[in-house]
Design a protein around this ligand. Structure first.
Ligand code: PMP
Length: 401
């Protein structure tokens, strides 16, 4: 397998347009010379050390970009960063529970997978058989004991729960744009309301920007939407895709809990030199592009989206695109942005047909852009998409016959 720019080639030499980009991490495209050199230079200097040279500039770049970041702590996976944020929030507030939201995803830890709620007045999530967002093997009672689960974009529901249970809520955790729920934006005023409610009830607002961070512009969703959380989790695109690095960033007041060691932050590889070099190189490239790279990526992805929607229409499908400029999520229009079962078959067939015709989409119908997209990638997409829809139609005919 080999990659250059937005393209990858498999072992048989077949060429693909890579709009999966390691689930959004690959924001620069493949083999960006500055990125590769930045990492290789560090590797030539040092393999592993507890103190490197890259982390100071790296943290400074994050603090310069992300409005809510005054201090930063590095870890490896998004899952890891979210758990660290919850621990900080508990330590800071002295409270135990956190509030999370339907269809938001925050990693694969036991306390965040699955569950449903019957009674919004007492929204303790309960496991149920057949829950596609759940897993076997979880420790017992973690959902019930740690969280409340609410519908998102409903400030009244949040206000009611905080009124009733706010004295035990340490954090309100959400994706500021709900990418894992299909690319849904916050309703006008919703995030401002959430911010106000968190302050009123002494709960920390945690934005999980593991997808949106450095993708919705260098300052992420919080910069674009104008609401600053207490803590932010970052990952994926931050390190450019080749190496795993995540972070929790936040206000000095909260992050200081690490400095005076009242909160533990273990992890052999936290802040490892090669990962720090990857973040530093990625963020230097974003800084030097001065926003032009993001604009260009958005333009190319718009072209690709238009080609997708036009082709869908020609083939009799009503497709819709949601999400953000740097990551489009397609849905069959009649069902809206859900992971509903009625969408499942055609979406699966479309994903397969795209791959069969040289276009790699991310799971859950996502098309992730990267900074190396060019007009020739738009052309490649437009050439392949017709045949992909012809395949979907043929498969549907066969399956439904
Ligand atoms: N938060 C969000 C919003 C995510 O989309 C993901 C991963 N898709 C995670 C957390 C977990 O990150 P990781 O897979 O690196 O653990």
């Amino acid at each position: 397998m080999k990659g250059r720019g937005s393209r990858v080639w498999d072992l048989d030499g077949n060429e693909y347009l890579d709009l999966c980009g390691k689930f959004g991490a690959n924001i620069l495209g493949h083999n960006d010379e500055r990125y590769v050199e930045g990492i290789a230079g560090t590797l030539r200097e040092i393999s592993a050390a507890n103190l490197g040279t890259a982390e100071c500039e790296t943290a400074e770049l994050i603090c310069a970009f992300v409005p809510g970041a005054e201090m930063v702590r590095f870890s490896l996976s998004g899952t890891d960063a979210v758990q660290n944020a919850l621990r900080l929030a508990r330590a800071h507030t002295g409270k135990n529970r956190f509030i999370r939201f339907h269809t938001h995803y925050h990693g694969s830890a036991d306390n965040l997978l699955g569950g449903a709620v019957g009674d919004l007045a007492h929204p303790v999530p309960r496991e149920f058989p057949g829950d596609a967002a759940d897993t076997l093997g979880k420790a017992r009672d973690v959902l019930r004991d740690q969280s409340f689960l609410l519908p998102w974009n409903d400030a009244e529901a949040l206000a009611r729960v905080l009124d009733a249970h706010g004295d035990d809520v340490a954090a309100v955790l959400m994706e500021p744009v709900c990418m894992n729920g299909g690319g849904v934006w916050p309703a006008p005023g919703y995030l401002e309301n959430v911010r106000r409610l968190c302050d009123a009830h002494g709960a920390l607002l945690v934005f999980d920007e593991i997808i949106t961070g450095f993708r919705m512009g260098p300052g992420g969703a919080q910069e674009q939407l104008g609401v600053t959380p207490d803590l932010t989790t970052l990952g994926k695109a931050m390190a450019g895709g080749a190496l795993p690095v995540s972070a929790v960033a936040g206000s000095r007041e909260v992050m200081r809990l690490y400095e005076d060691r009242r909160v533990v932050h273990g992890g052999t590889f936290n802040g490892y030199p090669l990962g720090m070099a990857a973040v530093r190189s990625t963020l230097r490239i974003l800084r030097d592009s001065g926003g032009a790279g993001h604009l260009e990526m958005a333009k190319r992805l718009r072209g690709i989206t238009t080609a997708l929607l036009d082709a869908a229409e020609r083939h009799g499908f009503r497709l819709e695109m949601r999400g953000i400029d740097a990551c489009g999520i397609f849905h069959f229009a009649e069902d809206g942005p859900s992971r509903g079962r009625s969408q499942h078959l055609p979406l699966m067939l479309l994903g397969e047909a795209l791959a069969g015709h040289g276009i790699l989409a991310s799971n859950l119908n996502r098309l992730y852009g990267n900074l190396s997209l060019t007009p020739s990638d738009e052309e490649f997409f437009a050439q392949r998409i017709e045949d992909a829809f012809t395949s979907v139609r043929a498969s549907l005919r066969k399956l439904l016959a």
